[in-house]
Design a protein around this ligand. Structure first.
Ligand code: SF4
Ligand code: SF3
Length: 539
């Protein structure tokens, strides 16, 4: 195996024996083959100008399966590979494509599982198939951006929202990854990936807000009640809605974990009395927190950490998530999920052990921030707010991430943090005060809500009459971990944002030359010390 797609790649070079994330070599190899298969499927779609609902349903989900901390189950990955081959063969047959003119990723086949495993080990399906390290770097940058787009698109589609143009882009881009070896062409494709990342995030924002209302200022309870509970994690709001409906009147409470916290900000979810609050923090701390929760846990998306035996029987998965031995939530014929087993399980469990008390204040997605625009603009004009600092993105295991807590604490009092994603857990529980009633930490929601930060920036630019997004009093100190963050980064670059600080390390998949281009064109850099970074970002 060779995998370097996330921020925790071994030695910041790549995992080769097993993943730091817990992914076994067989799963990593099969995921490479899945990406290879998706490329082959896209290739035949592109060459025959073909797209149908089944393909549009499959590609984003299959991409989602390969994101860090989503699926650790070789059987699941194998099933997705088989489905990809099946869809591809159907299209070749329907469109009479000449197989002899197709590359291996679009023609390979198998007789049994051993054939699949054998191919998954071949160099030609791995990241290292590309010998030129700069071309490889650009191709993987695009691939990870597209994985992020696939994840966000899956969420939008789960809510019934879709945009064929995004699928067409994925198909075109994956085909170029097979065909192209031209660095300029690939660089432009990376920028185009950013454009489609913006479009996908906008679609998801529309899906979320039209379905559940606009997030609004909300206090989220961090304590627990004396009843059994179900903990739901990941990003999927539709799964949460169905769980809340099915737990109504059962005596079982529902709590959010990690990226599900922002669900509390939506008006729609406030009507559920048994939707109690948020339990714990970000994903790296789940092994201790899940242990103490005492009841069942549902993982709707990333980030799943290989579960300990002590609570493994209480973890349920759904959607793209998978882990050997964990129970899967059944899907009914009408497509809704059946949580009855989880609910019965919860009834037999003790209430959660309290971890903390107090509250988190959030809900500052674009609509809420724009409702406060006059106040915010006044504070900017009068100098009470000197600068906004975007501290969005992901959390992770490494100790180096304590930097972000220190950074937030040491930021001057006339700065406001704009956040979203699970990076916020490094500082959201600190009491950083407010500026004339405007909290110093404004949480827009999940990483899925990154679009909000772009809307706020563009609105501020308009109101302040500025020409360029970089003239705004906004600095970017972004923490990344997995591939959705890569999509968001490409989105920001596409929007023209310069001088982003990306940490705690630059991606291992950026070759020195590609990194150099990003530094020259966009002023990207990585973190240094808290004091130095405050000086260069805030002045
Ligand atoms: Fe390593 Fe990250 Fe890949 Fe897991 S996802 S194998 S930690 S690089
Ligand atoms: Fe977090 Fe995984 Fe990325 Fe959605 S849950 S931001 S790391």
């Amino acid at each position: 195996m060779f995998c370097f797609q996330c921020q925790e790649a071994a030695r910041n070079e790549g995992c080769t024996i097993a993943g730091v994330c817990g992914k076994k070599d067989i799963v990593a190899d099969l995921q490479d083959l899945l990406v290879y298969t998706i490329k082959g499927l896209c290739y035949v779609c592109e060459k025959s100008n073909y797209l149908d609902d089944e393909v549009m349903e499959y590609i984003p989900k299959a991409l989602f399966v390969t994101i860090t901390n989503v699926n650790f189950d070789d059987k699941d990955v194998m099933d997705y590979i088989k489905k990809g081959v099946e869809l591809r063969e159907k299209i070749i047959e329907k469109t009479n494509l000449n197989k002899e003119e197709l590359p291996h990723c679009a023609t390979w086949n198998y007789e049994n599982d051993d054939d699949i495993i054998e191919l998954s080990l071949a160099k030609e399906v791995s990241v290292l198939a590309e010998d030129n390290e700069d071309i490889r770097s650009l191709k993987e940058l695009i691939t990870y951006g597209i994985k992020g787009i696939g994840a966000y698109l899956s969420h939008a589609m789960h809510l019934g929202y879709n945009n064929e143009e995004i699928h067409k882009f994925i198909v075109k881009a994956m085909t170029k990854l097979v065909d192209s070896k031209d660095a300029d062409e690939l660089f432009n494709l990376a920028m185009e990936t950013g454009k489609y990342a913006v479009d996908t995030l906008a679609l998801l924002d529309k899906a979320n807000t039209e379905t559940y209302g606009h997030p609004e200022i909300t206090e989220v309870n961090l304590g627990v009640r004396d009843r059994p509970g179900i903990l739901i994690s990941g990003h999927d709001l539709k799964d949460l809605e169905q769980l809340l409906e099915q737990t109504k009147g059962t005596g079982v409470d529902v709590y959010t974990h990690c990226e599900m916290l922002p669900a509390h900000y939506y008006p729609f979810f406030k009507k559920y009395d048994h939707f109690v609050g948020n339990y714990g923090g970000s994903w790296p701390f789940q092994t201790e927190e899940f242990e103490k929760f005492n009841g069942p846990i549902i993982m709707t998306t990333n980030c799943l950490v290989p579960p300990k035996d002590s609570y493994k029987d209480r973890v349920y998965v759904t959607g793209a998530v998978g882990y050997p031995g964990l129970k899967r939530i059944p899907v009914r014929e009408d497509g809704t999920k059946d949580f009855s087993e989880v609910i019965e399980h919860a009834k037999k469990c003790k209430p959660p052990t309290p971890l903390e008390n107090g509250k988190i204040v959030g809900g500052f997605a674009h609509n809420q921030v724009l409702a406060l625009a006059d106040k915010i603009i006044e504070a900017v004009k009068s100098g009470k707010i000197r600068k906004f600092v975007v501290m969005a993105g992901c959390d992770g295991r490494h100790k180096t991430r304590e930097y972000y807590t220190e950074f937030a604490k040491k930021l001057p009092k006339d700065t406001v943090i704009l956040t979203c994603g699970c990076a916020k857990y490094r500082f959201i529980k600190l009491d950083l005060g407010d500026i004339d009633g405007i909290p110093r930490v404004l949480d827009a929601g999940q990483c899925n809500d990154s679009y909000s930060l772009a809307v706020v920036a563009l609105k501020l630019k308009e109101v302040l009459g500025l020409e360029d997004i970089n003239e705004l009093p906004i600095a970017y100190n972004i923490a990344w971990y997995e591939q959705k963050a890569v999509a968001v980064l490409l989105a920001l670059l596409y929007l023209g944002v310069k001088n982003i600080v990306l940490g705690p390390t630059l991606p291992a998949f950026l070759s020195p030359n590609v990194a150099k281009v990003l530094v020259e064109k966009f002023g990207i850099s990585t973190i240094s010390t808290v004091d130095e970074d405050i000086k260069r970002l805030v002045g």
